[in-house]
Design a binder for this molecule. Structure first.
Ligand SMILES: [Zn+2]
Ligand SMILES: [Zn+2]
Length: 231
């Protein structure tokens, strides 16, 4: 629903991230973009039925991920929003004042069948990740991945032991990163963890996207506002 880039004239892009996720009978919003106006505009144009969502996951406290919470509270009051560790007095208050029910994430959680919220990983800031597990394969949803690729994926694969990380979608925080750093992240994704689908959005950076698309066209998936990705 929100990404830095839009390829559809009816939808607006802006620096930030918001994903609408459907998994079996669970409907979720992961991050909310920089503003309510933008989230509303794109969600309505995409016919996302916000009243039906089961929950919201806000990955970390940066404004380009939390700004759309008032809109969700307005259309879908009493929805639980999973907020970062140590943010009850800041983000938690905002969520409550807009009719949402904040839940602070301080350890691994399993709020819906096969759907997990990771323990907080320090970037800084504290950031948690959404993980969906299906038939032994994992799909990871990332806001900005401030802790870095290696630290984040190690935390997730340690928790799930023998299960494989199949896909990663969202921010990779590699815009402006030196090439050496970008190559290390790709190496970790492709070879250390054997990830099969990488969908870089938001703060991932052009270099990361262009190397992936050229060297690993089967793994790279291009997306943006209005795109649908199926795992
Ligand atoms: Zn961000
Ligand atoms: Zn951030």
């Amino acid at each position: 629903m929100v990404d830095n880039e839009s390829r559809n004239h009816r939808l607006k892009g802006a620096y930030g991230l918001s994903l609408y996720i459907e998994y079996e009978t669970t409907y979720l919003v992961f991050d909310t973009g920089p503003s309510s106006d933008l989230l509303q505009l794109n969600a309505e144009a995409l016919n996302v039925d916000m009243e039906l969502i089961d929950g919201v996951i806000v990955s970390h406290i940066h404004s380009d991920h939390v700004g759309g919470m008032p809109y969700i509270g307005w259309v879908s009051p009493y929805t639980k929003v999973y907020i970062p560790y140590d943010s009850l007095l800041s983000l938690g208050r905002t969520a409550r004042s807009h009719g949402l029910v904040p839940v602070e994430v301080s350890e691994w959680m399993n709020p819906w069948p096969s759907v997990y919220v990771s323990k907080p990983v320090s970037g800084p800031p504290w950031e948690h990740f959404l993980v969906i597990e299906d038939s032994g394969r994992l799909v990871v949803f990332s806001g900005c991945m401030h802790p870095g690729v290696a630290k984040t994926l190690s935390e997730i694969s340690t928790y799930f032991e023998d299960k494989r990380i199949y896909g990663v979608i969202g921010g990779f925080h590699l815009a402006n990163a030196p090439k050496k750093h970008v190559l290390k992240a790709i190496d970790s994704l492709v070879y250390t963890y054997g990830v099969r689908k990488v969908v870089p959005l938001h703060c991932s950076g052009e270099l990361f996207k262009s190397i992936l698309s050229k060297e690993y066209p089967d793994i790279y998936v291009e997306a943006g506002v209005g795109a649908t990705v199926e795992f």
